[in-house]
Ligand binder design. Structure first.
Ligand SMILES: Cc1cc2nc3c(=O)[nH]c(=O)nc-3n(C[C@H](O)[C@H](O)[C@H](O)COP(=O)(O)O)c2cc1C
Ligand code: SF4
Length: 782
C-alpha cells in the first residue's frame, strides 16, 4: 500500500500538468464535437418517437396544394372528427362502462338484433319465431332501415354462452348488438338455471369487468309463465325472466331498453307481447336515429336513473322500490337549495322507512339494486333434478329410460336385446368379454356439466357445474335400477327370437356400464354405489367426462375407468363438448394426470368419439400427446352415433358428421403410428366393425407369447378387491382376445347369427342406429 501512494504522489503531478496543457490547446474542437454528437442523438430520438397531437385545433389545409389534390385523412381520423361533432350526452353510471355509447356515430355502425329464446314444450320457441318475423318486417319500414342487419334468432340451449354473454360477439365489421330475450319460467331444473348461473358468475368473476356487456346498444326481456300455477310474481310468476332481466341490467350497466314484459300464453301473452314489441321497436328506432337509448325510455337506466344506481352498484340485492323513490325526490330536490335539499331527502327517506309506501307513487325501477331487500328472501328450496311432472322426465321416459328416484336412470341397451336374440353383443364383448344380455346400463346422475354436440338427449338434459339437487340414497338407487332393468328384461320374454338360455342368464346382472347419459361421478355417493355393485359381484365400467378432477381423485376402485377424450386441444374441446366450466381445459388436463397416476391400480381407458368436421382433422398428433400425458391402458376409438333427433340437428350435426368405418380405421392407424414414433408401447388390438369401434392397447396387455389379452378375469378382479391388498390391472388380465375379435377380423362372434336387412345383403341388423358398416351408412329401427 505505502509503495502505491509514493508512486501516485510522484507520477500524478507531472501527468496532470500535461493533461491541462493539452486541454488548453484542443478545448474548442473537443467542445464543438461533443455538441454536434449530442444534437445528432436528440434528432434521431425525436424522429423515432410516436407523435401525439397536442392541440385540438384542426390541421390547416396545405397552402401549397389545391383542396382536391390534398390527401384524404385516414378512415379512423375521419370517424374521430365526426364523433367530436356529436353533442355529448350527459350520462351517469360507472365511468369505466361508458365504452361505446359516446363513441357511436349516428349511421356509422350497423345494428344487429339478436333474439334469444329458450323453450321446453315449444310455446316460447314458436312465439319467438313469429315475433322475429314481425320484427324483421317492421325494421324494414324504419327510415333508418339500412342500419339494421337481418335479426337473428338463437336458442339458449345450443349457443355457447361465452360467445354472447361474456362480451358481445366479436365482429369484423362495425356492428353493434341489441339483445332481446324471450324465456319461459320453470321451477324445475332446466337450461335456464344454467344460463342464470352463467350470468351471475360472469358478473361476479373477478377477472372480468362487472359489466362486460355494456358495449351492447341495449337489451330487453319478455317472460312467459302460468298464472294458474303461479298467480303472482311473489308466487314465482315469470321469476326466471325477472332474474335474467336483473342480471342483464348489471352486466350491461343498466342498458335496459324497455321494461321486462310478462304474459301467460293461456290468457294475455299475445296482448302483452304486442305491447312489448311496439315498445322495443320504438326504442330501436330511437337508437338508430340518435345512437343511444335516450333519456325518455322507461327503465333505460340512462342519465338521472343511473346516478341512483351508482350508490348501490356494488350490490347484488333485489330490486328495491325505495331507491327509486329517493331518486325521484332527489331529482326534484336538486332544484332547491342544498340545505333544504338534504333535510327533505332525510324526511322522505324516514317517512318511507317508517310507513308503507304508497303504491301509486311508486314507479318501479328495475335497474336499481340494494344491499337491503324489501322482500324477505324465500328460504332456499332444494329442487329435484328430474321431478315426475317435468318435461325432462317425460322426454326421458319416452326414450325408454326408467327414472329411479329423482336423478338416476336405467335403460335397456339395444345390444342387450340383440344378445338375448343371439344376434350379437356390443364391442364390450369382443374386447373385454362382457355379454350384453348380462349388462345393465345406468347412471346415478342424469345431469352433466357438458352440452356435447353428439349427446342424445341434449335438449332436455339437466345441466350444472355443481350438485345442487336433492340427493337420493345409494341403496334406493341400487335397488331401483336393478328392479328397472329386470322389469324391462322380463318384458322381452315374449319377443320373437329371444333365446331361453340367454333369457335365464339375463336374470343375473354381471356388469354395470355407468356410461348411459349424464356424469356418474357427479353423484355424491358414487363410491357407496360402486361398493354395492361389487358386493354383488357386478363389474363396473365407469365413464366420466374429464371435468371433475376432485371427484375423480377420490373415486374408489372400478373394474375399468374411462375418461371421454372428445378433442385434442382446447378450442376443439370447447366446440364439441360445450363445457359449462370456464376452466374446462385445466380440469380436463387435471383428470388426465389423475388417470396417469391410477394406471397401476386399475384399467384406464381413453374413449375417443370421432365426429367428422369436429374432432378428427389434423388432431392425430394432439391425441398422441394426450395419450403420452395420461398413459392409459387402452384407447377406444368410436365413430359418433347419429340419432337423428331435432336436438342433434340443432347442434349442427347431420349424417355427414358420422365417419365411415374406413375413416375410423385410417385414423386408428395414424394414431398408432404417432404413438410408436413417440416410443410409446401401443398397438391395435381388436375391433368391432358393427359399432364402428376399434381398440388400441398398451403392450402391458400382451402375454408372454406376445398375444393381446384385452379380456378381463372378472372372478379374479373380485377376489383381489375383496382381499383388501393393493393390485395392478395386469393381475386381473383375462384370456387372449379371441381371434375373430382381433384387428382385421371384424369382431363379430361367429357363434351369433348375423341378420341382414331385406335387400341389403351386407348390412347386419345389429348395427347401431345411424352407424356405419363397411362403406355404407345405415339407420336401423330397434
Ligand atoms: C314443470 C313446470 C314448471 C313450471 N314452473 C313455472 C313457474 O315457476 N313460474 C311460471 O310462471 N310458470 C311456470 N311454468 C309454466 C311455463 O313457464 C309456461 O307453461 C311456459 O309457457 C312454457 O313455455 P315453453 O313451452 O316454451 O317451455 C311451469 C311449467 C311446467 C310444466
Ligand atoms: S358427457 Fe356424455 S352425458 Fe354429458 S353431454 Fe357429453 S355425451 Fe352427454
Amino acid at each position: 500500500m505505502g509503495h502505491n501512494r509514493w508512486l501516485l504522489r510522484v507520477v500524478w503531478p507531472s501527468k496532470s500538468a500535461e493533461i491541462v496543457k493539452l486541454w488548453h490547446i484542443y478545448r474548442i474542437p473537443i467542445l464543438l464535437s461533443v455538441l454536434a454528437v449530442l444534437f445528432a442523438i436528440r434528432t434521431v430520438l425525436h424522429l423515432r418517437s410516436p407523435r401525439t397531437r397536442q392541440s385540438e385545433t384542426p390541421l390547416p389545409a396545405s397552402p401549397t396544394l389545391p383542396a382536391e389534390k390534398q390527401i384524404a385523412p385516414p378512415e379512423y381520423a375521419k370517424r374521430k372528427t365526426a364523433t367530436e361533432k356529436v353533442p355529448r350526452r350527459i350520462v351517469g353510471g360507472l365511468k369505466k362502462n361508458k365504452i361505446s355509447q359516446d363513441d357511436v356515430k349516428i349511421g356509422d355502425e350497423d345494428i344487429q338484433v339478436l333474439v334469444f329464446f329458450s323453450s321446453l314444450t315449444t310455446t316460447t320457441e314458436k312465439t319467438a319465431k313469429l315475433f322475429m318475423e314481425g320484427l324483421s318486417q317492421n325494421l324494414k319500414a324504419f327510415s333508418t332501415s339500412t342500419r339494421f342487419l337481418e335479426p337473428e334468432i338463437l336458442d339458449l340451449s345450443y349457443i355457447d354462452y361465452d360467445e354472447y354473454f361474456i362480451n358481445p360477439p366479436k365482429s369484423e365489421a362495425h356492428v353493434q348488438y341489441f339483445y332481446l330475450i324471450l324465456v319461459p319460467t320453470y321451477n324445475i331444473d332446466t337450461v335456464l338455471d344454467n344460463f342464470l348461473e352463467h350470468l351471475q358468475e360472469t358478473h361476479n368473476d373477478f377477472r372480468i369487468d362487472t359489466a362486460p356487456l355494456s358495449p351492447l346498444l341495449g337489451y330487453s326481456v319478455f317472460g312467459f309463465g302460468d298464472r294458474e300455477g303461479w298467480p303472482t310474481e311473489a308466487d314465482g310468476f315469470c321469476s326466471q325472466a325477472t332474474d335474467i332481466d336483473k342480471w342483464m341490467a348489471k352486466l350491461t350497466s343498466r342498458k335496459r331498453a324497455f321494461p321486462l314484459g310478462m304474459g301467460d300464453p293461456k290468457t294475455d301473452a299475445t296482448e302483452r307481447l304486442r305491447e312489448w314489441k311496439e315498445g322495443v321497436e320504438d326504442v330501436l328506432n330511437h337508437i338508430s336515429e340518435t345512437g343511444g337509448l335516450g333519456e325518455g325510455v322507461p327503465g333505460s337506466g340512462d342519465a338521472v336513473e343511473s346516478d341512483v344506481e351508482d350508490v348501490d352498484h356494488e350490490d347484488d340485492g333485489e330490486v328495491l322500490f325505495e331507491v327509486q323513490q329517493v331518486a325521484q325526490k332527489k331529482t326534484k330536490a336538486a332544484k332547491k337549495d342544498d340545505l333544504n335539499d338534504m333535510e327533505d331527502l332525510a324526511k322522505t327517506l324516514n317517512s318511507n322507512m317508517n310507513g308503507s309506501p304508497n303504491p301509486l307513487e311508486l314507479e318501479i325501477d328495475f335497474t336499481s339494486y340494494s344491499k337491503k331487500t324489501t322482500k324477505s328472501a324465500p328460504a332456499p328450496v332444494i329442487k329435484e333434478m328430474v321431478p315426475k311432472n317435468s318435461p325432462t322426465f317425460n322426454s326421458l321416459t319416452k326414450q325408454g329410460y326408467s327414472i329411479v328416484g329423482s336423478h338416476s336412470g336405467v335403460k335397456i341397451c339395444r345390444w342387450t336385446k340383440s344378445a338375448l336374440r343371439g344376434r350379437g353383443s356390443c364391442y364390450k364383448y369382443s374386447f373385454y368379454g362382457i355379454a350384453s344380455h348380462q349388462c345393465m346400463e345406468t347412471t346415478p346422475s342424469l345431469s352433466c356439466s357438458n352440452k356435447c354436440v353428439f349427446c342424445w338427449r341434449h335438449g332436455t338434459n339437466p345441466v350444472g357445474t355443481t350438485w345442487r339437487w336433492v340427493v337420493d340414497p345409494p341403496e334406493m338407487i341400487f335397488d331401483g335400477v336393478k328392479a328397472g332393468h329386470y322389469k324391462k328384461i322380463k318384458m322381452l320374454r315374449g319377443v320373437p327370437g329371444v333365446r331361453a338360455e340367454r333369457f335365464a342368464e339375463a336374470m343375473r346382472i354381471r356388469h354395470c356400464a355407468l356410461s348411459l347419459v349424464g356424469e356418474p361421478i357427479f353423484y355424491p355417493h358414487i363410491n357407496e354405489f360402486l361398493s354395492m355393485l361389487h358386493a354383488e359381484r357386478i363389474s363396473s365400467f365407469l365413464v366420466c367426462n374429464a371435468q371433475h378432477p376432485e371427484q375423480l381423485a377420490t373415486l374408489k376402485h372400478v373394474t375399468q375407468l374411462y375418461v371421454s377424450i372428445d378433442a385434442s386441444n382446447r378450442e376443439s374441446l370447447r366446440k364439441i363438448d360445450r363445457p359449462l366450466h370456464r376452466d374446462f381445459w385445466e380440469r380436463f388436463n387435471a383428470c388426465l394426470d389423475i388417470l396417469k397416476k391410477r394406471r397401476f391400480e386399475q384399467r384406464t381407458v381413453f374413449r375417443l368419439t370421432l365426429v367428422k368436421g369436429f374432432n378428427i382433422d389434423d388432431e392425430v398428433e394432439g391425441y398422441a400427446a394426450l395419450v403420452e400425458q395420461g398413459l392409459p391402458c387402452f384407447v377406444e376409438i368410436k365413430g359418433v352415433t347419429y340419432c337423428g333427433t331435432s336436438s342433434s340437428a340443432s347442434a349442427g350435426l347431420t349424417m355427414q358428421n358420422v365417419p365411415f368405418y374406413s375413416e375410423i380405421q385410417e385414423f386408428v392407424l395414424a394414431l398408432t403410428a404417432a404413438l410408436q414414433r413417440r416410443g410409446l408401447g401401443y398397438g391395435v388390438a381388436a375391433e368391432h366393425a358393427h359399432s364402428c369401434c376399434v381398440l388400441i392397447a398398451s403392450d402391458r396387455f400382451k402375454n408372454e407369447r406376445g398375444q393381446w389379452c384385452t379380456r378381463i378375469d372378472y372372478q379374479r378382479f373380485f377376489e383381489l378387491l375383496e382381499s383388501g391388498v393393493g393390485f395392478q390391472p395386469e393381475d386381473y388380465m383375462g384370456e387372449e382376445t379371441p381371434e375373430w375379435a382381433q384387428w382385421g377380423n371384424g369382431g363379430f362372434d361367429p357363434r351369433d347369427e348375423r341378420v341382414f336387412r331385406k335387400g341389403k345383403n351386407k348390412v347386419p341388423l345389429s348395427v347401431e342406429a345411424g352407424q356405419v358398416m363397411g362403406e355404407e351408412r345405415v339407420v336401423v329401427e330397434e
